[in-house]
Design a protein around this ligand. Structure first.
Ligand SMILES: *[C@@H]1O[C@H](CO)[C@@H](O)[C@H](O)[C@H]1NC(C)=O
Ligand SMILES: *[C@@H]1O[C@H](CO)[C@@H](O)[C@H](O)[C@H]1NC(C)=O
Ligand SMILES: *[C@@H]1O[C@H](CO)[C@@H](O)[C@H](O)[C@H]1NC(C)=O
Ligand SMILES: *[C@@H]1O[C@H](CO)[C@@H](O)[C@H](O)[C@H]1NC(C)=O
Length: 238
């Protein structure tokens, strides 16, 4: 999935009601012919854990190897087929706004525009295209959440309908360490909501893998199994 799709999936549930704590459910996910397969859980922002309830395959189901989760997606691989129990969270409600904005790529050149007050883009669609050149999301137009900017390229010129969460978006570096292989967390102010977290500088020999040894949930970052690193964390606050 591309970034835009991930954020769309993530935010399609922004209107959902509750923050953590969690609800749980059971679902069957199957890797046939040892192929990768996944299921996206509708109406959920983050899966927080996933365990095997009833394995149907001969092949083993091992977290991080033949099954796992990321955001609202549950995946299996290497022949693992099972019913899984998973627990999940919704994001809290945030005010959203939409506006029409003309953005134009002249002479097939890249151009961008800042959308003041946009903390996190939810979607961007072509309302009225003026160019002969086509406008395709992530190819000739798109957005950057880190600096509230929308862009066009390759001759795409159009009026776009742009929807976003109002507020400020920022990126910061945070040190989070799982000492003695213990689970540890670090928390940003409660008005923040993290939307991306990646390893900037790893200190541990133990791997740092998103969704299995580190992750985030609303305003909380977590690490486990010996992962220690500086993380680049992007979040919005309202
Ligand atoms: C999943 O996480 C929730 C909340 O943190 C916890 O209550 C629950 O026991 C966990 N379930 C499993 C199967 O680990
Ligand atoms: C874009 O997001 C807004 C706000 O969530 C929603 O009302 C609208 O239907 C969405 N548009 C598309 C094309 O997905
Ligand atoms: C916004 O961020 C993108 C990606 O990091 C970058 O390419 C672009 O130049 C930035 N634009 C502004 C106005 O800061
Ligand atoms: C994080 O901690 C490690 C080890 O304690 C240190 O080397 C690193 O400089 C720290 N990074 C930041 C951003 O504080």
């Amino acid at each position: 999935m591309n970034t835009a799709a991930v954020i769309l999936a993530l935010l399609s549930v922004l209107a959902a009601t509750q923050a953590c704590p969690d609800e749980c459910d059971t679902i069957r996910v199957e890797s046939w012919n040892y192929k990768y397969a996944e299921k996206v859980v509708q109406g959920v922002s983050y899966v927080v854990n996933m365990t095997v309830v009833d394995r149907q395959s001969e092949a083993a189901c091992t977290l991080g190897e033949s099954f796992g989760y990321q955001k609202a997606t549950l995946w299996v691989d290497q022949g693992c087929r099972a019913d899984f129990k998973f627990c999940f969270c919704h994001l809290p409600v945030r005010p959203t706004e939409c506006q029409l904005l003309r953005v134009e790529s002249w002479n097939y050149k890249y151009a961008e525009k800042m959308v003041t007050g946009a903390a996190l883009f939810i979607n961007m669609t072509v309302e009225d295209r003026q160019s002969a050149a086509s406008c395709d999301l992530d190819k000739s137009f798109g957005f950057y959440n880190e600096n509230s900017t929308v862009w066009v390229d390759n001759g795409c010129r159009a009026d776009f309908n742009i929807c976003y969460v109002q507020g400020a978006s920022s990126t910061t570096t945070v040190n989070v360490s799982s000492w003695n292989y213990k689970y540890a967390t670090k928390i940003l102010p409660s008005s923040s909501c993290i939307y991306s977290m990646r390893v900037a500088n790893q200190q541990s020999a133990a791997p740092c893998t998103l969704g299995s040894t580190y992750g985030f949930l609303a305003n909380t970052m977590w690490v486990s199994d010996g992962c220690r690193a500086d993380f680049s964390v992007s979040y919005y606050s309202v």
